[in-house]
Design a protein. Structure first.
Length: 375
């Protein structure tokens, strides 16, 4: 019999539940997004996020069970995100998961959100009949995280064959995560929230529009595999401040968004070639930095493959550039689907499976850890 785990994810602004069998087969996945709640603030408001999780957790879990065609008593375990994330948001999922596990008499498994993103790659690879070669270099890139890990199979005595992975941190952002930089630049240009999807599409639409400014590679002292996006964001800010011609179109876009007209098709005509060129140059700089440092890490470690996960992994230019560079290096690169790139509970259930097999269980004393480290 397969082991079916209910995963619960509530680390930020998505309330999610999913049932996954044997850490590989997704039987259901339900995600309730809070984008509309936080959009007018230009980012996630922790108190509002916690309130929405309280409102959504029961119907989301019920939806996941219905979609899987199962009853709660048929589950083999409950996996829940312990951290990192917003403490109030995490507590909603943890409290519900602990209560459910206790009431059902099922094992409770605590999962690191970042490890969930790693397992999202393996879920997708399994769906298409491929298997990433380990050791691998994994880039987790999202609104809250930009970090590089070396990933290999766990070799701890007594746990061989459990499927546990071990991690070593290679580099991380020293300031803004890449997703944060996208959101801040989008807000600066009057393009709404979240910034990643709209900036990606506008960059593709820029085509032959000349770049009004050039952004060079980011240089970091110390660890060459560390990232930094705050300076790039500030460079966009200074450029816009120094050129008054941006003001009128930014105001027009902000007014359109206030009217609820935030779709790409409506915003594109409100963007001049100068703005499109600026967006493309910003994205070029972000993608170049992410790809260069990740591929440098893969070369240093003689990695068997490259894994890319997190919300920004859905960016079309990032995917295309990674695929080109990996092919040239004779290496495979793996991404989750766009649905598995953003926060979801299928990845939490998948990450819980090897921990369940290895007997790494939690109990009713489990608490949220907003700064939980993966390595």
């Amino acid at each position: 019999m397969s082991q079916r785990i209910l995963g619960i994810e509530s680390s930020c602004d998505e309330t999610a539940a999913a049932v996954v069998a044997d850490g590989r087969e997704i039987l259901s996945s339900v995600v309730a997004s809070q984008i509309d709640v936080h959009r007018k603030y230009g980012g996630v408001v922790p108190e509002l996020a916690s309130r929405e999780h309280l409102r959504q957790i029961v119907p989301v879990v019920r939806g996941a069970m219905t979609q899987a065609g199962m009853k709660l008593g048929e589950l083999d375990a409950i996996g829940v995100t312990q951290g990192p994330g917003l403490v109030g948001a995490l507590l909603v999922g943890i409290t519900y998961g602990k209560t459910l596990a206790t009431a059902l008499g099922k094992p409770l498994v605590a999962v690191n959100h970042l490890e969930g993103h790693v397992h999202a790659v393996f879920l997708e690879a399994h769906k298409i009949g491929r298997q990433p070669t380990l050791p691998a270099v994994c880039l987790i890139v999202s609104g809250g995280h930009t970090v590089l890990y070396a990933v290999k199979r766990e070799s701890e005595p007594g746990r061989e064959g459990s499927g546990l992975l071990s991690y070593r941190k290679l580099g991380q952002t020293r300031d803004d995560a890449a997703g944060e930089a996208y959101d801040k630049v989008a807000k600066l240009l009057g393009l709404g929230y979240p910034g990643g999807p709209i900036l990606d599409r506008l960059a593709r639409a820029a085509k032959g529009a000349p770049a009004p400014v050039k952004f060079g590679p980011t240089k970091t002292r110390g660890n060459p595999l560390d990232f930094s996006f705050s300076g790039l964001k500030t460079a966009v800010l200074y450029h816009v401040r120094e050129h008054a011609e941006y003001e009128a179109e930014i105001r027009r876009r902000e007014e359109a968004i206030e009217r609820g007209e935030r779709k790409f098709e409506g915003l594109l005509p409100l963007c001049t070639p100068q703005t499109l060129g600026l967006v493309r140059e910003f994205q070029n700089a972000v993608v170049r930095d992410l790809v260069e440092r990740t591929m440098a890490a893969a070369g240093e470690l003689s990695a068997g493959s490259v894994l890319v996960s997190g919300g920004v992994a859905a960016n079309s230019q990032l995917r295309e550039t990674f695929e080109e560079r990996a092919k040239a290096a004779g290496m495979e690169v793996f991404f989750p689907s766009r649905a598995l790139s953003t926060d979801n509970a299928a990845m939490i259930a998948a990450a819980a499976y090897p921990r369940l097999r290895a007997g790494i269980l939690a109990d009713v004393t489990l608490n949220a850890d907003p700064s939980l480290a993966l390595a």
